[in-house]
Design a protein around this ligand. Structure first.
Ligand SMILES: Cc1ncc(COP(=O)(O)O)c(C=O)c1O
Length: 409
């Protein structure tokens, strides 16, 4: 099996050559990743050359529009969906909010929506507010270890269930859910599946068509790119939902759920993310292969490299007295988003002590407030979270483990 060329990968990220970041080990990637050079360059170029209102006939404007269209086409191809099924909005929280507004007009009193208490609030709160319209909101609850079980979802599905919103991978527990199995279950009950892919996508963009979700969301600022939320909405569902765009914008799918639009330069900069992914594919022998082949290969390269780095960290934390590791101890079952608490120590304090060693981890509830409460953890202090992606080196993981050994002692 081909190994990820880590030196090549790190060369694509200016942060690793940035003097002010020398010696800094980034372990808060689940909050926001470093941006790849290609995305930064595209953003810079757009602001210099095309920073006028796009889609007019004069060249700087038309050229800007072409770059934006191209970005959507290329990202859609990488996700294996149709371009008109891809929406780019300011963030995932904004995207779910607008979608819920559309469902508010579409659902009937007494219809049921299922949310989980494992998700980030972005995929719970917007749906839960539909209660105000007489929609019944049910919660698919985590078990004592914070995991979601398919049998518990099956027990909640009923003839009035219309929407089930769940996560591909929690930003705290890290387990990767069998999305296809779950979307099949949801569809058998006659409901739509809304899947939050924000915590999953930084570890390799999925074949969204294969997952079977009706709506799939993720945030590009965690996938080495600009601060945007990407959203797939199945064309047949989008056509049923009332458009949230200006009334005169016609009946096209495009723009239906992004009334605010997104920053034009950032939309164009999505090209940079795809340039990066293509460069990784080419470097590992997949140049000129069909896009799905490149996408699958890059995802596998990323995942394999992450799993190799992750297992030693899990093994270390699993052996520490007083440490409560959230989620699986098996790297292959989860994303490298590792949350834990330490008996008798505050999470904020642990994060501060690591920061003194130039290691960046997060502490808190990460807006998975309901999950943290369900786990019996104080949501103010929350958990310590160390999260990484494919560009993280084995040396950085060693440094984290060594620093933790001192801080937790
Ligand atoms: C799992 C998950 N879902 C949703 C969101 C919200 O994304 P955004 O910041 O784009 O609104 C986040 C943000 O951290 C997240 O981690």
């Amino acid at each position: 099996m081909t190994q990820l060329d880590l030196a090549f990968v790190r060369d694509q990220f200016p942060a690793f050559a940035e003097p002010s970041l020398a010696g800094f080990a980034h372990f808060e990637n689940a909050g926001g990743s470093f941006a790849c050079r290609q995305a930064i360059d595209t953003l810079d170029r757009f602001y210099r050359q095309s920073k006028v209102q796009p889609y007019y006939v004069f060249e700087p404007s038309a050229g800007g529009g072409r770059q934006m269209d191209r970005a959507r086409e290329r990202l859609a191809a990488w996700l294996n969906i149709r371009t008109e099924e891809l929406y780019l909005g300011p963030s995932t929280s904004q995207n779910t909010y607008v979608l819920a507004q559309a469902f508010r007009r579409h659902l009937q009193r007494g219809d049921e929506v299922i949310v989980t208490n494992q998700d980030h609030e972005a995929n719970i709160g917007a749906w839960s507010r539909l209660q105000d319209e007489g929609i019944v909101v049910r919660t698919w609850q985590v078990d004592g270890s914070g995991e979601l079980r398919a049998a518990d979802l099956a027990a909640l599905l009923g003839p009035r269930t219309r929407v089930v919103a769940f996560t591909h991978c929690s930003n705290i527990v890290g387990s990767i859910h069998p999305v296809r199995e779950l979307t099949d279950l949801v569809h058998r009950a006659g409901a739509w599946a809304v899947v939050d892919g924000v915590s999953y996508c930084p570890h390799g963009l999925p074949d969204v068509a294969a997952l079977g979700a009706d709506i799939y969301l993720f945030s590009l600022y965690k996938v080495y790119g600009p601060h945007l939320g990407a959203m797939f909405v199945r064309a047949s569902l989008a056509a049923e939902l009332p458009s949230q765009a200006h009334f005169f914008k016609g009946d096209t799918l495009d723009g239906r759920f992004t009334p605010a639009g997104a920053d034009h330069a950032q939309v164009a900069a999505v090209n940079g993310v795809i340039d990066y992914l293509e460069a990784v594919a080419a470097r590992h022998g997949y140049a000129n292969q069909p896009v799905p082949v490149q996408a699958a290969a890059v995802k596998e390269l990323f995942r394999n490299s992450e799993i190799e780095r992750l297992q030693p960290l899990l093994d270390f934390l699993g052996k520490q007295a007083g440490v409560r590791l959230i989620g699986s101890t098996r790297a292959a079952a989860r994303a490298p988003t590792v949350a834990f608490t330490v008996q008798g120590k505050s999470s904020a304090d642990i994060a501060s002590r690591l920061a003194q060693r130039n290691i960046g981890v997060g502490a808190g509830n990460f807006y998975a407030y309901r999950l943290i409460q369900a786990l019996g953890i104080d949501p103010t202090d929350g958990v310590v979270r160390a999260s990484f992606v494919h560009y993280t080196s084995p040396q950085e993981v060693d440094r984290l483990v060594e620093a933790l050994a001192t801080v937790l002692a």
